[in-house]
Ligand binder design. Structure first.
Ligand code: IFM
Length: 437
């Protein structure tokens, strides 16, 4: 059996912060800027975002100041390859400098290759519905891996591929704005093929790398707890959204049914071997009701069932849903990392409890033998939220929209304290236990 490349022996646990390039860098022309110009978002243009393109080294320092030993960010494909086939070496060098800074601070860089935004040429020339997308993406992955090796050892190839599929190809809410089941089926096949090809390219350019995806997992609950139709759609939502990709990466076969009429079936024998680590993004839970009043199969909504209140963008706070989802993710038999978890909370009145409760859920899972080796808070900074603009404040640090000055929110201190516990070596814990003789 092949020795596992993750967890890293010299850094068995990761306590980190996460951002994505488009949401923080600013002034990056890509499919999403076109989407904004076409008035397809609710929140206005991204513009300067948090200005991180000029401030990444400062952001690395902020991460260090809150005790992070890992920093997850994404590389902008549109900056690296603004025209198809031509690489901007300055952009690559910029990321290289950032990575070197992280390493100098003792922070593990964790790099995502596809975090929603694409170069403007992509959907025209090599769209996900065409097999040409596979080579185009693998070439980008190879270029980035060659530029950032050997400093980057953990790669998140695709961020939330099912969200991209649902939003981009089934309900047309995000680029490329398609709503067509057949196109979605082709896009899924090519996304998975692209993952495999990118993983191979990274492993060649950066030997010893660990390859992951960030899989968005949600809690699902029946709106009426004992209503048979609500129970049925809840089960189907869980199977489709949470389990579908686990089965695909576990067995190389997928059969995803999205009621009532969308089914995606496929196989790739090389899929299981293309993943070393499973990243889980977890935020909230949806309550389902069938038949739907506004949607045919079912309606879904967030509800405050735990009495903790909803986040600023209306999501239920439900840490008790995390443990069962991590257990489900563990059925893939790969090491796990919680690659995103956080909330929109401008006044910082709920973030401390949120952090504490989710860290406790992770600790409990680990104690129960779930191999969860990392925890990344979304986000380090207030940033641009895809459809909602700058309204939701996800940052441990607020960002002044005028000066782009970063300021720690009070809960940042708690993040640091929780990190100390999470990163404490187990041997030390044992040594601290009272010894009875
Ligand atoms: O901001 C997003 C991120 O880009 C992907 N996961 C969910 C976050 C909060 O909506």
């Amino acid at each position: 059996m092949k020795a596992s490349v993750f967890p890293f022996p010299d850094r068995p646990r990761l306590w980190g912060v996460a951002v994505s390039h488009y949401q923080v860098e600013g002034d990056d022309r890509c499919d999403w800027t076109e989407w904004e110009s076409a008035g397809r978002t609710r929140g206005g243009p991204c513009g300067r975002a948090a200005g991180s393109w000029e401030r990444y080294e400062k952001d690395a320092g902020l991460a260090a100041s809150v005790g992070a030993n890992a920093f997850r960010f994404s590389v902008s494909w549109s900056r690296v390859e603004p025209l198809r086939g031509s690489v901007d070496v300055y952009a690559l060098g910029r990321y290289r400098r950032f990575v070197e800074r992280l390493v100098a601070l003792g922070i593990e860089p964790v790099v995502t290759l596809l975090h929603y935004a694409h170069p403007s040429w992509f959907h025209r020339d090599t769209p996900w519905t065409s097999t040409a997308s596979v080579d185009a993406f693998a070439r980008f992955a190879r270029t980035v891996a060659a530029a950032l090796a050997p400093h980057v050892r953990l790669w998140t190839v695709l961020n939330e591929p099912l969200v991209l599929l649902l939003g981009g190809f089934l309900d047309g809410q995000i680029p490329p704005g398609i709503a067509d089941t057949r196109a979605a089926g082709r896009a899924l096949d090519n996304l998975l093929a692209a993952h495999v090809a990118a993983a191979a390219a990274i492993r060649e350019e950066a030997p010893g790398s660990a390859i992951s995806i960030a899989h968005n997992m949600m809690g699902f609950a029946p709106e009426r707890p004992s209503h048979p139709l609500d129970l049925l759609v809840t089960r189907s939502a869980h199977e489709f959204y949470n389990r579908g990709l686990l089965e695909a990466f576990g067995s190389g076969r997928w059969n995803l049914w999205l009621p009532p009429f969308s089914r995606f079936v496929g196989r790739r024998e090389d899929l299981p071997g293309s993943l070393d680590v499973l990243g889980v993004n977890f935020y909230s839970r949806l309550h389902l009701r069938a038949p739907g009043r506004s949607r045919r199969a079912a309606d879904f909504s967030y509800r405050d069932r735990t009495g903790r209140g909803l986040t600023d963008n209306g999501w239920e706070i439900v840490p008790e849903a995390l443990g069962p989802l991590l257990a489900e993710a563990a059925s893939l038999r790969k090491p796990l990392v919680l690659t995103e978890n956080g909330l929109a909370d401008a006044t910082d009145s709920r973030r401390a409890a949120f952090l504490r409760d989710h860290a406790a859920a992770v600790a409990e899972s680990a104690e129960n033998g779930i191999p969860v080796h990392g925890f990344f808070h979304w986000s380090l900074l207030d940033n641009y939220e895809w459809l909602d603009g700058f309204g939701p404040k996800f940052g441990l640090f607020s960002v002044d929209p005028r000066t782009l000055e970063r300021r720690p929110r009070p809960s940042a201190a708690l993040f640091r304290e929780l990190g100390r516990t999470f990163l404490r070596p187990p041997a030390l814990e044992d040594a601290q236990k009272p010894v009875h003789i």
